[in-house]
Design a protein around this ligand. Structure first.
Ligand code: F0G
Length: 387
């Protein structure tokens, strides 16, 4: 029988999953969920909960708050192959989740856990997508949500979602990093909020399923994705560790975390061989990844090391150029997501990725998530049609 605990990846201290903690009381590191005697068996449920035995084996089904998240499309498209220079590039579209981003995968698990633990309030900081997912899943589970949003740095569409789903909006002067600091202070001061940021290790468990789904369908050499607070980087590494330990895969694809060049402290940390991460004042057009002080950097480093992965950075121009190609291929995504494909093109040009490699690139958010940047286009007049 699998038995889950909260475990410190640094000092190995273990805590029961019934304790409302995210951070190790002994050494201050962010905790992992650890499944003793994990078994690879799938359930009859669809999407994320098909992998219940790998993410939350012990939760009773009646506590599960699900909107049918997961099981997203993996696209192949000639225009994207031509653009990136890689023939077998597959786009995994997380924008097809119920609230339009990958966050729903983590949120279904974390909000279910809030219900299991009898919380009636949730709290998160967000660049927009987390708050939209937190607001929706909390409301669906009958819980009140509070979201800390740096109003000036969040797309109107994402803010609209959080408001419409009924969240209490806490407007934060400053950026995402300021909001995240306030969440950490709230954790220290109050224990009536259940925290829904990716420092909650159950979020990480849910997001592992992106990788499980990819590895069921293809055998990628590289998996590329935009990186901000580094929750996905951490989750993807953990998913590959699971599959390898359980003997489900016989090799490990390389994880490729792509940062925006104006918000790239993890790039500097890994490539500069620095002792620790140095927070930066983040600046990028891709507001979802405008993060200068990522909380999950230690788990993310573990993921890059385990997969012998890469951290790359791309400029806002490269991001918007890739977005135009993804949009015009008919697939579409929000700006931050396009960093996935911009990174593939850059790594192909520098010879790290080859034309014949198989690449899975994750599109983290839907095209409708940010409509503030309308692409240049020509409008026809009615005469052009009837001439
Ligand atoms: N892509 C999108 C569309 C995102 O919304 C985020 C993060 C990321 C990529 C980066 O993922 O943090 O796991 O490295 N958005 C968070 C939010 C921070 O508040 O919505 P990460």
């Amino acid at each position: 029988m699998t038995h889950s605990v909260l475990k410190c990846p640094s000092c190995n201290a273990e805590y029961t999953i019934d304790s409302n903690i995210y951070i190790c009381g002994k050494c201050g590191n962010i905790l992992d969920v650890f499944h003793h005697d994990m078994e690879y068996s799938l359930t009859n449920m669809k999407g994320v909960w098909k992998y219940k035995n790998l993410i939350h084996p012990e939760i009773p089904e009646k506590a599960i708050i699900t909107r049918g998240e997961g099981n997203t499309m993996l696209y192949r498209n000639a225009r994207i192959s031509n653009y990136s220079g890689v023939d077998k590039i597959f786009l995994k579209h997380e924008g097809e989740n119920p609230t339009g981003s990958f966050k729903d995968r983590g949120m279904t698990v974390a909000v279910s856990e809030a219900v299991r633990l009898n919380f009636n309030k949730t709290l998160c900081a967000s660049t927009g997508n987390t708050s939209a997912a937190a607001a929706s899943y909390s409301a669906f589970g009958g819980i009140e949500s509070y979201v800390m949003i740096p109003g000036k740095n969040v797309s109107a569409n994402k803010l609209f979602q959080a408001i419409a789903y009924g969240a209490n909006i806490v407007d934060i002067e400053g950026d995402f990093d300021t909001a995240m600091e306030n969440v950490k202070k709230a954790i220290a001061k109050r224990n009536d909020f259940y925290i829904l940021n990716s420092l909650n290790p159950w979020r990480i468990e849910g997001q592992k399923t992106i990788i499980y789904e990819i590895m069921e369908k293809i055998k990628p050499d590289f998996i590329t994705f935009p990186a901000g607070n580094l929750g996905n980087t951490s989750a993807f590494g953990k998913a590959l560790m699971d599959l390898r330990a359980l003997g489900v895969i016989d090799y490990v694809p390389k994880l490729v975390a792509i940062q925006a060049s104006g918000a790239s402290p993890f790039y500097d940390y890994i490539n500069g061989k620095e002792d620790t991460i140095h927070p930066v004042k983040a600046e990028t057009i891709a507001s979802a990844i405008k993060i200068g002080n990522p909380v999950n950097y230690k788990k993310a480093k573990r993921a890059i090391e385990f997969t012998k992965g890469i951290v790359e950075k791309v400029t806002d121009e490269q991001i918007m150029e890739a977005k135009r190609e993804i949009d015009r291929s008919g697939i579409g995504c929000e700006p931050a997501s396009a960093a996935s494909v911009a990174g593939v093109k850059k790594l192909k040009e520098s010879g790290i990725i080859s034309r014949g490699d198989t690449v899975a690139s994750i599109l983290t958010g839907n095209i409708l998530k940010d409509v503030s940047l309308v692409p240049e286009h020509k409008t026809l007049s009615i005469q052009d049609i009837f001439q």
